[in-house]
Design a binder for this molecule. Sequence first.
Ligand code: F6R
Length: 359
Amino acid sequence: QKEGYRFFMEKEIYEQSYVMIETMMGRVLDENIILDELDKDFLDGINAIKICACGTSYHSALTAAYLFERLAKIRCDVEIASEFRYKEPLLGQDTLFITISQSGETADTLEALKMAKRAGLKSLSICNVDNSSIVRESDAAILTRAGIEKGVASTKAFATQTMVLWMLALYVGQEKATIAPEVLKTEIDAMRHTPKALTVTDELHAKLHRLSKRYLHGHGFFFIGRDIFFPLALEGALKLKEISYLHAEGYPAGEMKHGPIALADAELFTIALMPKTMHYEKIKSNVEELSARDATICAISPEPFDLADDFIQTQYCTHPMIEFFEMMVVTQLLALEISIRLGNDVDMPRNLAKSVTVE
Ligand code: F6R
């Protein structure tokens, strides 16, 4: 059932364009977001959002926090479920508690949800498996419609989680009238363009295959980005770690000079996420600093960048989320190609399981 692909992960990367259409189906209509899963009064009394998740799902949560605050003007904070569980969190009754989980069975996320429920919070889950424990435990659920994900390293689940969270941020803004109609329209237009941005071309895949041979050794990777591209950097690093067993870290680009730049030399590989729609000049100067210390730079950007040792050109587009999804595909394919060259089992990386039902 790999349908000609070498690994399920590869197949799932290619499926992303299609599953995004599925995830949007019936939910993005004209100039509105429709979420039938939520009762009309679901958001009544809600003035803040807290999200709990683990791993890749945590990275989609971090992305969402920028979107909720920027688009819906609602406070949002995010916690790793295994940390949240053992804190003594102060939970306001006006907070909507969101859990994100591909499997719906992650023990730490489930326990965090139970804790929030005991504290009397309203709960919503974003999940890929209907009737899973987390869905059953939540007051409401929005399914991601990614289809079964077999590769241990999550790809299409992350893409659809991020899409649902983006829709939800717009929905909250729409229902609470905190988003201007013209902004809502621009966002929905951009949303409709994302499936195209996720299409993998032969040219892109071949380029990443060629380029991957440079990145098999060395003493580590830094994925850097700003704003929503910071959680994407975390996710890019996690993908690479999981299937290549190489050390990789995601870092906010502006934070490198506060310590990690000390590691910079030719053996330090920096994957720089350089979108044109968001803080381009800032990230450019962060990358220049690293290049001046001899770090090997792989730049992902629509804008050609002279100092890059390798350059992966993305499309010029008008919206950060389109750039986000395009760059997400690049980082996934890079991890895939490095892992294949190293001879690893991409779908079943050592020490990992698809569903983590123990804490
Ligand atoms: C990474 C990955 C894991 C999961 C994490 C949470 O590729 O798959 O980090 O994201 O174990 O799993 P779910 O989303 O099922 O709660």
